[in-house]
Design a protein around this ligand. Sequence first.
Ligand SMILES: [Zn+2]
Length: 211
Amino acid sequence: MSDFYKKILENNKKWVEDQLAIDQDYFKDLSKGQNPPLLWIGCSDSRVPANEIIGAKPGEVFVHRNIANMVVHSDMNMLSVLDYAVNVLKVSHVIVCGHYGCGGVKAAMGNSSYGVIDNWIRHIKDIFRFNKEKLTPIENEEERFNRFVELNVKEQVLNLAKTSIVQTAWKNGQELYLHGWVYGLNSGYVTDLEVNFSKNDDLHELYQLDI
Ligand SMILES: [Zn+2]
């Protein structure tokens, strides 16, 4: 067994002891149920851990992560997480959090093949195509990359708003706010892109469902 593997098992034991030293009932209380106010849709990147960067404790964030924080409308995994979060847990906020330096977004800007993931990255390439006029004039590659990361987050927030799950919740008067954030790997800070949606009137007419 590698040292790393042994270490993480030891870390777990120590973590349990630390939590119990603070509160004997910590795990007993957590096991009773969860009532998180937030669904986080983030990138799988190991450097963007949802709970840590927003100082949230276990029980406070329902999390879905995939490569490049995508909201793909035929993704049953994402739809199941979203449905459960909105209709059972009744979260009031959904944050799509992208990050600068995202490998998935970077791959979508090039032509290299990475195997099966190429098919996932195609969704991100579509975002580039939708925003070609805004992106191609940016000569500085890093700037173009950063802007693409931001535009991808905005598009994924829009994708969330287009789902029947979110629109039904709004129709029923449920308080549900959608947000788009970008995390800076080299600063630790998040930027709120202020793509806030809270009703289906905010959508293009074509996507407004008569629910
Ligand atoms: Zn990423």
